[in-house]
Design a protein around this ligand. Structure first.
Ligand code: ATP
Length: 211
């Protein structure tokens, strides 16, 4: 399966979690098949792209039938390693960090924030949403060896220094919610989500490209 995965283009791979979440909901509601048009409307990806994406998984939709939801789900589960629990660390237990700790991806049983870090003495030693908060200076000592992903919700001025520390401790993936552009070794993957930019971009598109 790992070998198959390398053949999937990155753009397709990025859409997998989107498809996966929608299909899980479909499955939960008892639907056994779905057409590319239905999927397209739900996930806002054009149906030609969906058909091309799915052809990489060997899922060829049948005309008038669509795709088998169960087949797709089991494929995605394997490809996204959804059979395994991915443990995640969070750094920065401020407003956004606290919200994530309470949310903790509870609808997705396969990713979970298991430890949090901060430098504020008032937060260290507490539990937020059931997740223990440690001092960042102890990151390397307390981090579980199977935690390879970290969410960064710290002030942007602190982000690079913290990223260096995380990388040094063996973190391989960072979900960066700060506006800072992070400089990391090539072996580390950073996904950047700047909520302010996303919101401004939406407002811009609404104004200039009305639907
Ligand atoms: P709050 O209202 O709790 O301060 P906030 O989201 O408005 O939250 P920010 O200034 O963005 O506050 O900081 C987010 C969190 O990051 C805070 O909990 C803060 O203590 C923590 N933080 C600040 N600097 C660092 C650092 N160098 N390392 C780790 N955490 C830090």
């Amino acid at each position: 399966m790992k070998n198959d995965q390398t053949k999937i283009p990155q753009a397709t791979a990025k859409r997998l979690p989107l498809y996966y979440r929608f299909l899980e909901n479909l499955y939960a509601s008892g639907k056994q098949r779905v057409s590319s048009t239905e999927l397209s409307e739900a996930v806002k990806v054009d149906s030609a792209t969906i058909r091309r994406d799915f052809s990489y998984f060997g899922a060829l939709g049948k005309k008038g039938y669509g795709y088998n939801v169960n087949y797709l789900l089991s494929f995605f589960r394997k490809t996204l390693d959804q059979d395994e629990l991915t443990k995640v660390a969070l750094v920065g237990v401020g407003n956004l960090g606290t919200a994530f700790l309470h949310y903790n991806f509870s609808k997705n049983k396969n990713t979970q924030i298991v430890m949090a870090f901060d430098v504020d003495e008032n937060k260290i030693g507490t539990n937020v949403g059931g997740v223990p908060v440690y001092h960042l200076k102890d990151f390397k000592e307390v981090i579980d060896s199977d935690v390879t992903v970290a969410i960064l919700t710290v002030p942007s001025a602190a982000a690079q220094k913290i990223a260096d520390q995380l990388v040094e401790a063996g973190i391989q993936g960072i979900l960066n919610f700060t506006p800072a552009r992070l400089d990391v070794p090539e072996t580390v993957r950073v996904h950047h989500i700047d909520l302010t930019v996303e919101l401004q971009s939406l407002v811009y598109f609404l104004k200039h490209y009305p639907v």
